[in-house]
Design a protein around this ligand. Structure first.
Ligand SMILES: Nc1nc2c(ncn2[C@@H]2O[C@H](COP(=O)(O)OP(=O)(O)O)[C@@H](O)[C@H]2O)c(=O)[nH]1
Ligand SMILES: [Mg+2]
Length: 346
């Protein structure tokens, strides 16, 4: 046996990671990312220690400056001040188009050196492909490990495009949607889905022309959305009388302009994130979001497991026959599913 093999022994890996050993932590994360059974075991063991971190999602189109902003935010949390306690920060970058370990951000040597030399900052880039059980699931697992070992703030960068990115955004207590002027200049075309998940809107690259135009149009979109919501809330108010519905309806997403390359606006952004955290704690939204997040994970695991179990029982030949019947338009897809399910051994 190689001495290195011992590192996969969970009984030593987990205590080491809890004690702050970064290599042990990285190893645990890899086990989870690769869908290793030991990764699952580690998650089970560490789960009781989770639930403390503030999970912050940063999403938006490629090139808007998410990674740059994330580095700045990490520095914001590391900076201790008279009124501010320095926090342990982890960064999970799930951005296949501009991985954290390469490209523009690494090119900014001064900033990365600030972070890289800091033992209380942990940075992890996720492979976008090959994640077993889906990107959202393995990201959730990695975030849980970081939470368990004591990172107080977890910044999760994703591209706001496909479904899995929206799912990943649901991991977060606080979601930042990042826009930049000149990205096709069609701020109005911001995906409705993204506006829906935004707790804070960031117009980055405020040094470029038309940034304030972008900010203004986002602000008016937010105002319209709030008016709509208030209208519909009045209509449904009777149903919920006496209950305080802990949702985001009392939170108006602020629009904040930043220049991530220089750090302008980052303090204001950090304060807005703190304010949102406070709001969640006071409104009951924090607990609500924990519930939504954990329920989503249970449902997705249940779906995966049921599918896996079903796959074990199906016969390739039976499947091909059914498939052919559907291709010949003799069976509808719904009838095919019924047939395939009936055929399983319970
Ligand atoms: N002019 C300007 N460029 C920026 C700003 N923030 C980031 N950039 C640049 O925009 C490019 C994309 O940044 P990056 O952080 O990788 O964006 P991401 O793809 O959203 O993660 C890089 O060349 C950055 O240097 C900014 O505030 N102003
Ligand atoms: Mg990026």
């Amino acid at each position: 046996m190689f001495p290195g093999e011992k590192r996969d022994d969970l009984s030593s890996l987990i205590p080491a990671a809890l004690a702050g050993d970064r290599r042990a932590l990285a190893r645990l994360i890899s086990l989870v990312e690769n869908g290793h059974p030991e990764g699952q075991e580690a998650l089970d063991e560490l789960f009781p220690r989770t639930g403390k971190a503030h999970r912050i999602g940063i999403t938006g189109a490629p090139g808007t400056g998410k990674s740059s902003l994330v580095s700045r935010l990490a520095l914001f949390y590391r900076r201790s001040g008279p009124d501010k306690k320095s926090k342990k920060v982890a960064i999970v970058a799930v951005d296949p188009t501009s991985p954290f370990t390469g490209g523009a951000v690494l090119g900014d040597r001064v900033r990365m050196r600030d972070l890289a030399g800091d033992s209380e900052v942990f940075i992890r880039s996720m492979a976008s492909r090959g994640a077993l059980g889906g990107l959202a699931n393995s990201t959730a697992g990695i975030v849980q490990i970081l939470d368990a070992v004591g990172f107080e703030v977890i910044l999760i960068e994703t591209v706001g495009a496909g479904q899995s990115e929206v799912e990943i955004a649901h991991l977060a207590h606080t979601t930042l949607v990042v826009e930049a002027p000149g990205m096709g200049d069609e701020i109005q075309a911001i995906k409705a889905g993204l506006l829906e998940i935004a707790d804070i809107l960031v117009v980055n690259k405020a040094d470029l022309p038309r940034a304030d135009l972008a900010a203004r149009s986002l602000k008016s979109m937010v105002a319209m959305a709030v008016n709509r919501k208030n209208g519909s809330r009045n209509e449904t108010h009777l149903e919920f009388q006496g209950q305080s519905a802990p949702d985001r309806s009392d939170w108006v997403p602020p629009v904040i302009e930043t220049i991530a390359t220089r750090g302008n606006g980052v303090d204001e952004l950090g304060k807005a994130i703190d304010a949102h955290e406070q709001f969640l704690h006071q409104s009951g939204g924090w607990v609500k979001r924990e519930e939504v997040y954990l329920q989503a994970e249970i449902e997705s695991r249940l779906r995966d497991l049921l599918f896996e179990q079903w796959k074990k029982t199906f016969s390739e030949i039976g499947f091909q026959d059914t498939m052919k019947a559907v291709m010949d338009h003799q069976l509808s897809p719904r009838q095919a599913v019924e047939k395939l399910l009936m055929g399983r051994n319970l």
